[in-house]
Ligand binder design. Structure first.
Ligand code: GLA
Length: 724
């Protein structure tokens, strides 16, 4: 999979259907050549691709004058390689010139785990091959170890960098991108997903313009504001046709995707930890491991790119324990009760849930410390027995005796000012030492998870509750951004490390819990879907997609999320109608939630009887067909940002079954239905929905006629077809 031409010092990395090519120039700098459909040659330099330059004085043997137009695989800093750099190291002399050159490489089967960080993994070494390139900045003796892993079954390459100070004086790493790649002479569109609370991962597509555009988040977590998945594609690329280049970060802290286009249409794409506020002090002998960045290519449009990401996340990121295991249908009490619950209310809800086939009750916020509202109690992870009416063990036993599993909400990284924990350890909050102001956000601070003793303390508190209640499920929430970043636990020269060290603490706690409770399902959450990323998915196979459960808004949120993340990772629940002015029938709310992990987030006992009566059918439908959502291929058939009829499909990998969902968002007086062209089917097979039979060819090219069964907005139909 990974080829090396010794004479040309050229590397060709072949993942499934894709080649990625670069070489070490005579002076040792790494120059990028190609990323695209798989090639059958190593002879790229003779094709002239490598030697393009904007300088009329270009001489390939000189010191690369005019190299601003070269394509770089690793862009040094302050060495004439124009464009935003891959790495910046401030060396002992005080300058930031960074110029690593190729020293050696090795190629081996398999892939190492990244110490303390989430990363892709394989079940057996044959599934991938890894290239490690060692580069050294001779003047500063800083070494860069570049890792590339190519997956045999997916058009995806995983990358990371280890920076080691091999010199005898300390240096400061000021920027390290996990991935740099340059494109030559391409007009690009960039697709990114921004948003805010209740409107996560809003799809945007625009033409790349000259200059530097940074899509990222600098406040300590992935954030609602921008997701760490970005796509570059040809302006002509559609769902089904054209080239698309995607990147994805296996990380949950602050990140930046830099797209930098120069006037020669050389476009650079960088992905890594956001350099703003980041520094890492490296004493002689010390190393820094960057998080992992992934790059995927599709020659068949955005749909195929997404399906590659979905397969990667399901096969190589989420814990194999949950790879094929159906997730329990849960009922979460938050929107039913908020902080106003009692044992009796919970048991009544649980009984109704059980009567309709729901499998798990989740008690959300408010069960611990002095937590009667969102202003108090975070950090005090002991049961408020007065409020709960018994111990957590007793409540859990009672719920379980009804035949349900039981789960609890936590917000481990946070502390309320009004809490026993904060009163005892005010210095355990993230804050800038000796500066009195710190931003209050939902009445809480972030705990300083850069300090091991803080993580240890929270771990010990949490496991007492989990052990006592024998939890089947934990909802791990995180409801604020990181501001005034600093720590009393670290010296001055390490204050720039706190945001990343905090994430290492979060991952450490996650890993300890996963190790101790291999069968406890953890669902990530962050004020809805504010920390939806491939890093969290490594520990939590599902993440609450948004607090906004309005079915209409969810069409857009789940659409945007689907570009990188599989439906099996998207927490989606049937809720009450969110806005009085917008009614969605319960069957549509269920149809939309069905393309996620599925559950209920409302007071079942308050549901109109005709709606509650439908729950049994929804549960039955889930058990019959949810394997298609969890393991099938996903096809977006419409774009909710422009189409009034929104549809999508889940198709079994062997094409033997499909599920088509159509939501008619707006009623139109003269609407008489439409033909929807299906995707992903076996053209030569016949499919039936139990009443009609079509060939795959007809469904694909002529389409299936659909129309709502009555007048109204937000109506839907779901069609299940099987191969005859
Ligand atoms: C966040 C979550 C919600 C709920 C509340 C509880 O907003 O996104 O689902 O858990 O916190 O306070």
């Amino acid at each position: 999979m990974i080829h090396f031409d010794e004479k040309e010092r050229l590397f060709r990395i072949d993942a499934k259907d894709v080649s990625y090519v670069f070489f070490a120039a005579a002076n040792g700098r790494l120059r990028h050549l190609y990323w695209g459909p798989q090639l059958d040659t190593m002879d790229l330099r003779n094709l002239g691709i490598a030697d393009y330059t904007c300088s009329p004085n270009f001489n390939p043997d000189d010191n690369e004058a005019g190299r601003g137009a070269y394509s770089w695989e690793f862009a040094g800093n302050d060495i004439g390689t124009r464009g935003v750099p891959t790495a910046i190291v401030r060396n002992a002399d005080g300058n930031t010139t960074t110029d690593p050159r190729y020293v050696s490489h090795r190629i081996y089967a398999g892939k190492p785990r990244l110490e303390g960080l989430p990363a892709t993994f394989v079940d057996s070494p044959e599934e991938c091959e890894t290239l490690e390139i060692t580069m050294l900045d001779e003047a500063t003796k800083v070494e860069f170890l570049l890792r590339y892993t190519a997956f045999r079954d997916l058009p995806i390459i995983a990358r990371s960098v280890v920076v080691t100070n091999k010199g005898d004086a300390p240096v400061e790493l000021q920027k390290i991108m996990s991935l740099t790649t340059d494109f030559r002479h391409q007009e690009f569109d960039v697709i990114y997903f921004d948003g805010y609370w209740g409107k996560e991962r809003t799809y945007h597509r625009e033409r790349v313009q000259g200059g530097l555009k940074i899509m990222g988040a600098d406040s300590g977590y992935t954030s609602h504001r921008m997701n760490s998945s970005v796509i570059l594609c040809d302006p002509t690329t559609t769902e089904e046709f054209g080239r698309a280049y995607g990147v994805l970060f296996v990380y949950s802290g602050k990140f930046a995707v830099e797209v930098d286009q120069c006037c020669m249409y050389r476009t650079r794409l960088n992905l890594g930890i956001h350099p703003m506020g980041f520094t890492w002090h490296l004493e002689p002998g010390e190393s820094f491991q960057s998080p992992e960045a992934l790059q995927a290519f599709s020659n068949e449009g955005l749909g195929a790119l997404s399906r590659s990401w979905h397969d990667l996340i399901r096969q190589h990121i989420i814990n194999p324990r949950w790879r094929t295991a159906p997730r329990p249908i849960l009922c979460n009490n938050w929107e039913a009760m908020h902080f106003n619950f009692s044992r009796e209310k919970l048991v009544t809800l649980a009984k109704t849930a059980k009567a309709h086939g729901i499998e798990m009750l989740v008690l959300d916020d408010g069960w611990f410390g002095k937590r009667d509202n969102d202003q108090t109690g975070l950090g005090d992870w002991y049961t408020n027995t007065t409020k709960v009416g018994c111990t957590m063990g007793e409540l859990a036993d009672e719920i379980r005796s009804l035949g349900l599993k039981f789960g609890l909400w936590f917000e481990p990284e946070m502390v309320s000012e009004d809490s026993d924990l904060y009163r005892a350890h005010p210095d355990w909050a993230i804050q800038v030492p000796n500066r009195s102001s710190k931003t209050f956000w939902r009445y809480q601070y972030m705990l300083d998870f850069s300090r091991k003793e803080v993580v240890d303390y929270v771990y010990e508190m949490i496991i007492k509750v989990i052990d006592e209640a024998k939890l089947d499920y934990m909802k791990w929430d995180a409801n604020r951004e990181m501001t005034e970043v600093g720590s009393y636990g670290w010296p001055a020269e390490r204050q720039g490390e706190i945001a990343h060290r905090f994430m290492l603490g979060v991952y450490d706690l996650y890993q300890r819990l996963v190790n101790r409770y291999p069968n406890m399902l953890i669902e990530g959450c962050s004020s809805g879907g504010g920390r939806f990323d491939a890093g969290i998915l490594y520990y939590s196979p599902q993440i609450w997609t948004s607090d906004n459960s309005d079915a209409f808004n969810r069409l857009a949120i789940q659409y945007g999320t689907s570009f990188a993340y599989p439906c099996s990772s998207m927490g989606a629940h049937v809720a009450r109608n969110w806005f009085a002015e917008r009614y969605s029938p319960v069957e549509t709310r269920a149809a939309v939630a069905f393309s996620g992990t599925f559950g209920y987030e409302l007071d079942l006992n308050q549901m109109p009887p005709e709606e509650l009566a439908q729950v049994d059918g929804q549960v039955e439908f889930y058990h019959k067909y949810h394997h298609l959502v969890e393991q099938g291929d996903y096809y977006r058939l419409a774009n909710p940002f422009k189409d009034e009829t929104v549809s999508w499909m889940h198709v079994a990998k062997d094409k033997s079954e499909f599920l088509l969902t159509v939501v008619f968002t707006r009623w139109d007086a003269s609407y008489s239905g439409e033909n929807i062209l299906l995707r992903g089917l076996d053209l030569d097979a016949k499919y039936t929905d139990g009443t009609k039979t079509w060939t795959g060819r007809v469904l694909t090219y002529a389409g299936i006629s659909v129309k709502p069964s009555r007048f109204g907005d937000m109506l839907s139909i779901v069609i299940h077809g099987t191969r005859v």
